[in-house]
Ligand binder design. Structure first.
Ligand code: UT7
Length: 336
């Protein structure tokens, strides 16, 4: 049971930033790589193109750093004022060494500590809760949350069931304790470990350390049972979104936008229909970026920032590997 103690400080998003690589991987490009076609991809996923970080010498941190710099430039933020840096990612630069620590050093957040958060496509959603709680607890004033994934580093570009969906990108938000009265309002998060059979990278962890055999078997690549993930994503994201909306008296008449993880346009449309929200109130950019895992939610906030006003009610929902999923309610705190 998650509930927010209203006597605590409210943490609000006070700035957003983003970075996507310049290189586009279009459906026409994919047609040359695997047995697929533009009509199938658009009809089944709503995706037309994705961005790919082609430089083999650049990892997820490169995009996270660029997104953070974009945020600093837009709102004239001094990195020295940041207390903590969280990077939500499933594609850290390296195992063991926290990507967030490197990012914090590179962006000049010299008074901050950094750690990574891994909850796949729910990573940014859980990260928002983590950042808001750190502030609500009174110990920290400014927490920089990044959602960044170089999905192209774990996707098998001979597997047409996964390579059509994923793209690379990064987004950033800055949470601050805030007097506006707006910010993080409520959350309802769930997980189900039986779901790990359906969406995973099997090798490279402690259960199946990398070996010649795991490499031969392609166990270092992202695997998904798309149909099963699709069904769970629709029903569970709907359940949690309904729960958050119901217990906060939210509906199409009083929310500004629904902000869903961008995995598949059909998933997004099915949920919106079930929770009675018209398309105009559903944020979407999957057409251009595909599924960027931890980056989808901040990339949406960045794209829609100019349309948001103080007090606007936003309902987030995400679903991903684990399985992990959840929904949250946030009120927007600033004018662009
Ligand atoms: O962020 C969380 C992680 N991921 C997700 O949320 C993804 C959830 N799943 C999905 O988005 C969808 O299941 C996919 C897009 C992966 C697949 O779409 P689908 O509508 O579930 O297709 P399907 O797997 O049922 O396949 C239908 C047919 C099959 O052919 P047959 O058996 O009917 O002859 C597939 O072999 O489409 C075929 N197919 C393709 N055809 C052209 C599968 N992938 C492709 C492709 N191009 N890329």
């Amino acid at each position: 049971m998650n509930s927010i103690n209203s006597s605590l400080k409210k943490a609000a998003i006070i700035a957003v930033g983003a970075y996507v690589p310049e290189d586009k991987l279009t459906n026409a490009d994919l047609e040359k790589m695997v047995d697929t076609n533009d009509d199938w991809i658009v009809a089944r996923t709503g995706i037309k193109e994705r961005r790919i970080l082609k430089d083999p010498n650049k990892g997820t941190s490169f995009m996270a750093i660029e997104a953070a710099r974009d945020l600093f430039n837009k709102k004239n933020i001094n990195p020295k004022d940041i207390d903590a840096v969280i990077v939500a990612t499933i594609t850290p630069d390296m195992n063991v060494a926290a990507t967030a620590a490197y990012v914090a050093s590179e962006i000049g957040a010299e008074n901050a500590f950094g750690f990574d958060l891994q909850a796949a496509c729910s990573g940014f959603l859980y990260g928002m809760s983590t950042a808001a709680s750190m502030i609500a607890g009174g110990r920290y004033k400014k927490v920089l949350l990044l959602g960044a994934d170089k999905m192209s580093s774990i996707v098998d570009y001979t597997d047409r069931t996964t390579c059509i969906i994923f793209g690379d990108g990064a987004g950033a938000v800055l949470f601050e304790n805030n007097d506006s009265g707006y910010g993080w309002e409520d959350e309802y998060f769930r997980s189900d470990g039986s779901g790990r059979a359906f969406l995973n990278i099997k090798a490279g962890g402690s259960l199946f350390p990398t070996s010649e055999q795991t490499l031969k078997d392609g166990m270092h690549n992202l695997y998904q049972d798309g149909k099963t993930v699709f069904k769970y994503a629709v029903s569970e994201m709907t359940n949690v979104a309904e729960k958050i909306m119901h217990r906060n008296g939210l509906d199409a008449a009083n929310i500004a936008y629904f902000v869903p993880h961008q995995a598949n346009k059909r998933i997004i449309d099915a949920i919106a229909k079930r929770v009675n929200l018209p398309n105009e109130q559903v944020m979407s950019n999957i057409e251009y970026f595909g599924n960027t895992t931890a980056a989808t939610l901040p990339l949406l906030l960045n794209d829609y920032e100019s349309k948001l006003s103080p007090g606007d009610r936003l309902v987030f929902a995400a679903f991903g590997g684990g399985f992990t999923w959840g929904a949250a309610y946030l009120t927007w705190a600033y004018n662009n």
